[in-house]
Write a protein that binds this ligand. Structure first.
Ligand code: 0CG
Ligand code: SF4
Length: 316
């Protein structure tokens, strides 16, 4: 018996972004410069396989600075940290390296600049996500108001509607965020902010690719972790764009083959923190069950690269 045919649409771009690539390289460079153990505050990027690989090379992952010995280097994850974290590391005279994505740092700078200009800050983001905690933590506690939904905009109470600005998390849904920004601008016409929002190129491009694929596939799989905001948004975008079956899978063993019985096409993409080997693993799993024809759906080309410091330096 021959396997049933299946067209597998592969999103491009998918997977690793420039910020993730840089953050992983920083941990590897720190390990080769200082030897093991090197501490990493929070998962360097939200992917268990990336974390396990670095752990095997001598990285130790912790949630707080308090969990790090003062005499070993510590790296801050790509998602960014509140200002108090490097300040405390410096106070303890620790060696530290900040692997915050430059596109997140840019938002931190924006928030600080608006506050310096006397504007109260509103952040559009997800409560509890490390990037939101890091960005809000650029200003003193209570200074930044968080809105997660259009409904939150109606309820937020501000000091002076004439003196407001907003920033956003970089990994949000482009469409949902546009609605929230529109609601903010309708309620507070004087609000300052970025041209559209602060969603990064990688998040935007991966969502665009999913939108192009979703209407033409019977199912869509997103390779990514449950705690990865940008990966989860891809599942939502697929469903909104008309794909009735869209699921997040960490790797091939997570695929629910029963749910996929009888399909003739599948879309595959990956969040910005998911390594390409896991996508290959998923494709191979389909090849075991189907006569697979792979078609790449390219909606953008990415040439973004962030420099990694050549020599990691201790603070003075
Ligand atoms: O998408 P989020 O912000 O949750 O992060 P992840 O590590 O999955 O990917 C990009 C980064 C940093
Ligand atoms: Fe940077 Fe965007 Fe990647 Fe986050 S998803 S690390 S903001 S490029």
């Amino acid at each position: 018996m021959t396997n049933p045919p299946l067209t597998l649409y592969l999103a491009a771009p998918r997977g690793f972004c420039a910020g993730v690539d840089r953050a992983i390289k920083i941990v590897e460079m720190a390990l080769s410069k200082w030897g093991a153990p090197v501490y990493v505050r929070h998962e360097i990027v939200h992917n268990r396989f990336v974390v396990d690989d670095l752990r095997a090379k001598g990285a130790v992952f912790v949630e707080e600075l308090d969990d790090c010995p003062p005499d070993r280097p510590v790296i801050f994850s790509a998602h960014g940290v509140p200002k108090a974290v490097p300040a405390e590391a410096a106070r303890r005279e620790m060696v530290f390296v900040d692997a915050t994505c430059p596109l997140v740092s840019k938002v931190h700078i924006e928030a600080a600049r608006h506050a310096e200009n006397g504007l109260q800050m509103i952040m559009i983001g997800h409560a509890g996500h490390p990037e939101t905690i890091g960005t809000m933590g650029q200003l003193p506690e209570g200074e930044v108001l968080l809105v997660e939904t259009v409904e939150d905009v109606a309820n937020v109470s501000v000091r002076d509607p004439e003196k407001l600005a907003f920033v956003t998390q970089t990994t949000l849904s482009v469409d949902d965020t546009a609605d929230i920004v529109a609601a903010l601008q309708a309620r507070f016409p004087a609000i300052a902010g970025p041209h559209k929002e602060d969603i990064c190129y990688a998040t935007t491009n991966r969502q665009e690719a999913v939108k192009a694929m979703a209407p033409r596939v019977d199912a869509l799989l997103v390779v990514g972790a449950p705690n990865s905001s940008n990966s989860r948004r891809l599942v939502e975008v697929a469903r909104k764009a008309g794909c009735s079956y869209a699921q997040l899978v960490q790797r091939a063993t997570d695929i629910d083959w029963r749910a996929l019985e009888g399909i003739g096409s599948v879309g595959v993409t990956a969040g910005a923190s998911a390594p390409e080997v896991l996508i290959e693993e998923v494709i191979d799993a389909f090849r075991l069950r189907h006569e697979v024809t792979v078609e790449t759906v390219t909606t953008a080309e990415e040439h973004v690269e962030f420099k990694v410091p050549r020599v990691l330096r201790e603070p003075a």
